[in-house]
Design a protein around this ligand. Structure first.
Ligand SMILES: Nc1ncnc2c1ncn2[C@@H]1O[C@H](COP(=O)(O)OP(=O)(O)O)[C@@H](O)[C@H]1O
Ligand SMILES: [Mg+2]
Length: 236
């Protein structure tokens, strides 16, 4: 599990995250919600060790981040960004690059099976990456991430380029994949209406503080002013 204890993150004079106590369990799926500028991206970057805490401590399976090599940590905790950058010319190049980083121990068969799992046919292996839609690129990015066998996946607005229908499809694909691999998942998304029940827990962050952690139903019924404002769309 990833455990954040009394985490604070300050950039120059500005406090961006404060009093963050949070446990992310393996095999569980979390939806991270909050108004724009509330600290969602910062929280994912902190968990991925891309930025360091100003106070407090983070642990992966009981071991402090300070004692884990950054390269090892990022292999166990993967970050998927809003617009994934694919390598090379063809989808296949993404497999080969990844394979070269893994002493050529990955199987092409597994990549092809994952194509099937993300509902792309096998011809995509030889497709030019410039011919892919935003959603197709994200599916390849998801495969690339899963091939690395992480324990956790953090995804920062992975659906933002998609319409509502495609968000639902891709969210379901992602959630099913992490379920079958027993990976812990944290997704930041603006859109939550139709996808919220795919998740075990909702984390609500407001001005750098976690104000709510609970089930989707508890969140939707929550009476906290900040939560109800957010649910009503008065985000700013
Ligand atoms: N590198 C940075 N320098 C200055 N301010 C930053 C930096 N990163 C984030 N912030 C500020 O921290 C707050 C949280 O940002 P962010 O984590 O990107 O929020 P969210 O992803 O929820 O929109 C915002 O007020 C943002 O302006
Ligand atoms: Mg953000």
């Amino acid at each position: 599990m990833i455990k954040l204890e009394n985490v604070k993150y300050q950039h120059q004079e500005k406090t961006i995250l404060k009093n963050v106590n949070l446990t992310i369990e393996k095999g569980k799926k979390y939806l991270l919600l909050g108004p724009s500028g509330s600290g969602k991206t910062s929280l994912l970057k902190i968990m991925n060790n891309l930025i360091s805490v100003s106070a407090g401590e983070i642990f992966l399976d009981g071991k402090s981040y300070n004692q884990i090599k950054p390269s090892l940590l990022r292999k166990q905790i993967s970050l998927i960004m809003q617009d994934s950058i694919l390598f090379g010319k063809e989808v296949k190049d993404n497999f080969e690059y990844l394979n070269s980083l893994n002493n050529n121990e990955l199987s092409e068969e597994m990549f092809l099976e994952l194509l099937d799992k993300v509902k792309l046919n096998k011809d995509f292996f030889h497709k030019n990456i410039n011919k892919l839609s935003g959603g197709e690129k994200q599916r390849i990015a998801i495969i690339r991430t899963i091939m690395n066998s992480p324990q956790f996946i953090l995804a920062d607005e992975p659906f933002s380029a998609l319409d509502k229908y495609r968000i639902q499809i891709l969210a379901k694909i992602l959630v099913d994949l992490v379920d079958s691999e027993n990976i812990g998942l944290v997704v930041v998304s603006h859109y939550f209406d139709e996808i919220i029940h795919l998740f075990d827990k909702v984390i609500f962050i407001f001005k750098g503080e976690i104000l709510f952690l609970g089930t989707p139903d508890e969140f939707l019924e929550n009476k906290d002013n900040h939560v109800t404002n957010f649910l009503e769309g008065n985000n700013e």
